[in-house]
Design a protein around this ligand. Structure first.
Ligand code: AKG
Ligand code: FE2
Length: 321
């Protein structure tokens, strides 16, 4: 197994604003989004110091005593923010709960933000552990990958024959989630079929993943074969989610993947899920309809779509506990 089927895309021209950079990225991303559904991003423009800092932040939050972590779980199922304990969710509802713990951070809003006061879906306060500098680092990283995600959507829009700024007003107050993840080594006594993260596709538009050097991410190819997606130094792994698949009338594909941490070491990864604004209308792009490809999905709001997916993930874990 290798990474031969997961292309490495150079984003230098796109993020640097070079002439032709947008067109070139559109072509490469478009091709990868139709085929593998997964690709590496190099020369993405996010500072190495910030990447080092977010890794330190991930280690620090999971090293807190359980009592401190569990104090940050309040209302998780309505806010999608804060701490999720080990075996707190099932990405594959047909299998035992995932062997991982997670910490979620959403769009940062003030407590008097009108969207919070109005009870808009997915608008909630983040939960912050008491670790000096942690909030600043995490928000800085959140904003950096959000910016990168919006830039990538310019290339995606162009590839799909829409205006490059098509997604801009659908991603300017998104239901994005930054998820710090910690996987213990796969234990010898795990239940049958119990792994770090069960087989799933992601729910949003795109995911920008920063895995550590331990590896363990596996991707299911179209022919059904599982391949490793090893960590490639200096890159992110990006994959297409179900919401973008819906937006593109299945022209882009979301690809099933899972995590098996059989390295014998602790594994950390940092995933940024870019879901659209809650009130964005997710409906088939005109460039994705043709004589032999009629629209396959009814329009739905971003919030309706994400709720329907999260409910399924947590319902199973709640039943299992
Ligand atoms: O931890 C990883 O490498 C991937 C996690 C993942 O696929 C997810 O949380 O959706
Ligand atoms: Fe995933």
């Amino acid at each position: 197994m290798g990474n031969a089927h997961i292309p490495i895309i150079d984003l230098g021209g796109l993020v640097g604003g070079a002439p032709g950079g947008l067109e070139q990225a559109a072509q490469k991303i478009g091709e990868a989004a139709r085929e593998a559904g997964f690709f590496y991003l190099k020369n993405h423009g996010i500072d190495a110091d910030l990447i080092a800092a977010i890794n330190v932040a991930a280690h620090a939050v999971f090293a807190l005593p359980d009592v401190d972590k569990l104090a940050l779980t309040k209302d998780f199922h309505t806010t999608n923010r804060g701490y999720v304990p080990m075996e707190g969710e099932n990405l594959d509802p047909s299998k035992p709960a995932d062997l991982k713990e997670a910490f979620n951070v959403g769009l940062e809003l003030a407590s008097d933000d009108p969207r919070i006061l109005a009870g808009e879906p997915f608008r909630a306060l983040n939960q912050w552990p008491h670790i000096p500098g942690w909030r600043d680092t995490v928000l800085k990283y959140f904003n950096a990958v959000w910016g990168l995600g919006r830039t990538i959507h310019r290339a995606i829009a162009l590839d799909l024959k829409a205006a490059p700024d098509f997604f801009e007003d659908k991603l300017d107050a998104p239901m994005a989630t930054l998820r710090l993840l910690h996987y213990p080594p796969q234990p010898a006594n795990a239940a049958a079929g119990q792994i770090g993260a069960g087989t799933h596709t992601d729910y949003g538009n795109i995911t920008i993943l920063l895995p550590d050097e331990v590896g363990g991410l596996e991707v299911r190819r179209r022919d059904g074969e599982w391949i490793q997606a090893p960590t490639v130094d200096g890159t992110f792994i990006c994959n297409i989610g179900d919401c973008l698949m819906r937006w593109t009338n299945d022209v882009y594909v979301s690809t099933p993947h899972r995590v098996v941490n059989d390295s014998g070491r602790e594994r950390y990864s940092i995933a940024f899920f870019l879901d659209p604004n809650p009130d964005a209308e997710v409906s088939c792009l005109p460039g994705c309809v043709s004589a032999d490809r009629a629209p396959r999905y009814a329009p739905v709001s971003g919030a309706e779509y994400l709720w329907s997916r999260l409910d399924a993930t947590y319902e199973q874990a709640k039943k299992g506990s």
